[in-house]
Design a protein around this ligand. Structure first.
Ligand SMILES: [Zn+2]
Length: 105
């Protein structure tokens, strides 16, 4: 019994480091899909299996029509290029072309 306790205590720092590293990697993978916290939990609890699951998630959030970046949640402004997403979603392909050309109409 005492041997088991000593063994557990000697492994504790390694186990703690494993959870932190696995969680951080999961968080970084999750952030690419706009779900950092979920990625952190999956990484810490499931380790490499959690990382694999995280890479297979579909991107959550609004994709920017200008730069194609994924914005988690329902933001008003793209976090990648700063475009106003509400105005950009109302814009059609035709009105975008009209805004670019400054010559003949
Ligand atoms: Zn953008």
């Amino acid at each position: 019994m005492e041997q088991l306790q000593a063994l557990l205590i000697s492994y504790a720092p390694g186990i703690a480091i494993y959870f932190v590293v696995a969680g951080v990697i999961g968080c970084l993978l999750g952030l690419r899909k706009g779900q950092g916290i979920k990625g952190l939990i999956y990484g810490a609890l499931l380790g490499p299996i959690g990382w694999l699951l995280t890479t297979r998630w579909s991107a959550q959030g609004k994709s920017c029509p200008e730069c194609g970046g994924i914005n988690p949640g329902r933001p008003a402004i793209c976090r990648h290029c700063g475009v106003n997403l509400r105005a950009a979603s109302k814009r059609t392909a035709r009105s975008r072309m009209r805004g670019q050309s400054d010559g003949w109409r």
